[in-house]
Design a protein around this ligand. Sequence first.
Ligand code: ATP
Ligand code: MG
Length: 255
Amino acid sequence: MNPSSSISVPQMAQAPAKTQPSLEAVRLSKSFLSGVVSIQVLESLSVSLYPGELSLISGPSGCGKSTLLSLMSGLQSPDSGRAMALGEDLGSMSVRALEKFRLRHTGFVFQGFNLFPALTALEQVQLPLGYMGLSAKEALQRSRDALDEVGMSHRSHMRPAQLSGGEKQRVAIARAMAKQPELLFADEPTSALDAESGQRVIDILHRAARKHGTTVLCVSHDPRLVRHADRVLGMEDGSIRSDRRQVAAIKESSI
Ligand SMILES: Nc1ncnc2c1ncn2[C@@H]1O[C@H](COP(=O)(O)OP(=O)(O)OP(=O)(O)O)[C@@H](O)[C@H]1O
Ligand SMILES: [Mg+2]
């Protein structure tokens, strides 16, 4: 699938001065078996991502975006190469250490929201904080703050069935942000949403990067997101083909 030997390596966008990368893919390769055929999805892909930025990996369906996100977040392991997060090699961690690392340092936002039907918005956000060992009082405070930050305080007692798609996604983002993770991963966070809700969601993710210095890695094939990212990496057939920084469009008043 990926005849990348003839592809020239793109010029990488200039790194922010004096900042260490918080996420690094180092010559990552990954293939999957489809029947008896092995499909090479990523081939020796390297990229460094930095704190305080929303980096968007954009590219057509099937080019390997979700695979890259899952390798960089430790959800899957590469066939070869290394995924480094906050200076640590995810591949050298035990299953338990990796679980702990992911609980403590990472937040996830997915296309399908992944909310529990029986829990209120506030309870959805509180739940992982309990697993992290926070006191009930601190978990409650952080959850309220996070819901406030995404403009959902007034819906905190509602269950998913009572919320719109955009509202559900904002609860999912509050749940991820309440953990105060250094690394926030979003896989197609806007593709189930209309344009206006999608814009709100990307603005919230962008603000998380700006305000909290979070490294936000968002993958999407939605071209509407491109102008809202600080850095746009174009992916095709398992390789990064373009990489540019830009002044992102942000609408601070969108909540
Ligand atoms: N667990 C798996 N087993 C077999 N093949 C897989 C698996 N995961 C991904 N693939 C294949 O790898 C390729 C890349 O998949 P991936 O989900 O990373 O693409 P994507 O860029 O995220 O696409 P989309 O925009 O549709 O979400 C696809 O051809 C897919 O079928
Ligand atoms: Mg995908």
